[in-house]
Write a protein that binds this ligand. Structure first.
Ligand code: MG
Length: 450
């Protein structure tokens, strides 16, 4: 059995994620590492319960625990590098309020590498935990990380602004950082959904366009220079420009990729396999190189390819600040960029438009791999002659000669198969998407029937 998906352990409370599991992860982590562990949590209703189990598990192995309590994931990663030998975040990120999970960090702020996750799973399933003798059990210390973290981001961004910014925190943990950070830069801040509430009363915590479309109208009514939206644990960022238009998540990546490559006069940018061709277009134009890597492993990509920048949709890593996904650095640098060369709607104008469509096909976890493989093989057969490259990392990414691509991959966190198509025109996109989607749906039905 595998506990870790693309972003740590995640699942529905009692179905997969339980206080017992959290304690075992703590016992395994304390058997694997020693010294100090920094523990944090998001605002979900089950997060305090799970955090306390996690702390018990860690203490039972002799680890010293620093309790940061309610905190956004990026601040926990930063705090881990500063204060501890390992970090643990209790969160289910952008999942529904019924879910929860665990993300584990190394002492340098990197998320656990895939091999480390396997080693932790081995310890959990073997039950071979370190047991601290009565006089080896350490204390729990409450630590305040957030204000130091805000100051560190302010120092790194090093910019004062007079922009007006609308912030939507999804009632998540980012609400404890973003409004203060933005005000610290001098911005005039308007906040919505910016009190922490594990029921997510304001909106669904995933900051995809459908969930935050209302921000466009608010931007126009308030006359702000940009709007920023986050997810439940605040590692994601979504952006609207000063006209109230949603800035596509690939465009945000392309904007920063271009910035970093231009600054260095070259360099490698690593992006996840579900990102689009506009990134390649701007990076190649600026003399850099794009490498596509599996989802959930930007930290691994940075190390492997000595990358100057890494990203997944909505998740940007700024290696000069730290090897974790950090939207607070993203928002700070974005404001700086707008002040220096904006407005935002102008900044994104020379990034070419590609048209993307994505949807999920429901499929039980046990059939996902087989359905993905069979469907991809059939799609490849249908497109033979036009194929430029097929990447088989976290699924199949079939890139075509005209810049179009199709991605078919199993979700790492849910019983779904993700189907994505992107092309230089809407017509071409729809044609490719329909073909891929119907192939996956048919394969899913046929495989389940057997
Ligand atoms: Mg998240």
């Amino acid at each position: 059995m595998k506990l870790f998906g693309t972003a740590g352990i995640r699942g529905t409370l009692w179905e997969k994620v339980t206080p017992e599991l959290a304690m075992k992860v703590g016992m395994a982590l304390g058997s694997y590492k020693s010294g100090k562990a920094l523990v944090g949590r998001d605002g979900r209703t089950s997060s305090v319960m799970l955090k306390n189990s996690m702390i018990s598990g860690l203490l039972s192995t002799g680890m010293e625990v620093l309790d940061a309590d309610l905190i956004p994931t990026p601040a926990l990663a930063w705090g881990t590098r500063k204060l501890a030998d390992a970090g643990v975040m209790i969160t289910a990120s952008h999942n529904p309020p019924t879910d929860n999970g665990v993300k584990v960090f190394n002492g340098d702020g990197t998320e656990f590498y895939v091999e480390q996750e396997r080693e932790l799973e081995d310890i959990i399933f073997s039950g071979d935990f370190k047991k601290a003798r009565w006089d080896e059990i350490k204390a729990v210390r409450n630590v305040e990380v957030i204000s130091d973290y805000i100051n560190a981001v302010l120092d790194f961004v090093d910019h004062e602004t007079t922009l007006k910014v609308l912030y939507d925190g999804a009632n998540g943990a980012g609400s404890l950082v973003a409004p203060y950070l933005l005000r610290g830069m001098g911005a005039k801040v308007f906040s919505v959904n910016a009190h922490v509430d594990g029921h997510f009363p304001g909106r669904k915590p995933e900051p995809r366009y459908e969930n935050i479309a209302y921000l466009g109208r608010m931007v126009r009514e308030l006359g702000v220079d940009l709007a920023i939206a986050q997810d439940g644990d605040a590692d994601r960022i979504a952006v609207f420009d000063e006209k109230g238009n949603y800035v596509d998540e690939d465009t945000v990546i392309a904007l920063f990729a271009k910035l970093y490559v231009e600054e260095r006069g070259g360099g490698t940018v690593v992006v996840s396999i579900d990102t689009g061709s506009r990134i390649d277009a701007v990076v190649e134009r600026a003399g850099g190189k794009v490498v596509r890597i599996p989802l959930g492993q930007p930290h691994d990509g940075i190390k492997r390819y000595k990358a100057i920048f890494a990203a997944e949709p909505w998740k940007l890593v700024h290696p000069k600040f730290g090897p974790w996904i950090d939207p607070f650095v993203t928002m700070g640098l974005l404001i700086k960029l707008i002040d220096e060369s904006g407005p935002l709607s102008e900044l994104v104008k020379d990034i070419p438009t590609y048209y993307l469509r994505k949807a999920n096909v429901l499929c039980p976890d046990e059939y996902k791999a087989e359905v993905v493989r069979k469907a991809a093989e059939e799609v490849e057969r249908k497109l033979s002659g036009e194929i430029k490259e097929v990447l088989t990392i976290s699924g199949f990414r079939i890139a075509l000669d005209d810049g179009s691509w199709i991605l078919i991959r199993p979700s790492g966190t849910e019983p779904k198969i993700r189907v994505v198509a992107e092309a230089p025109s809407e017509k071409r996109r729809d044609e490719l998407f329909k073909m891929a989607y119907s192939t996956v749906s048919r394969m899913a039905k046929e495989t389940e029937k057997k």
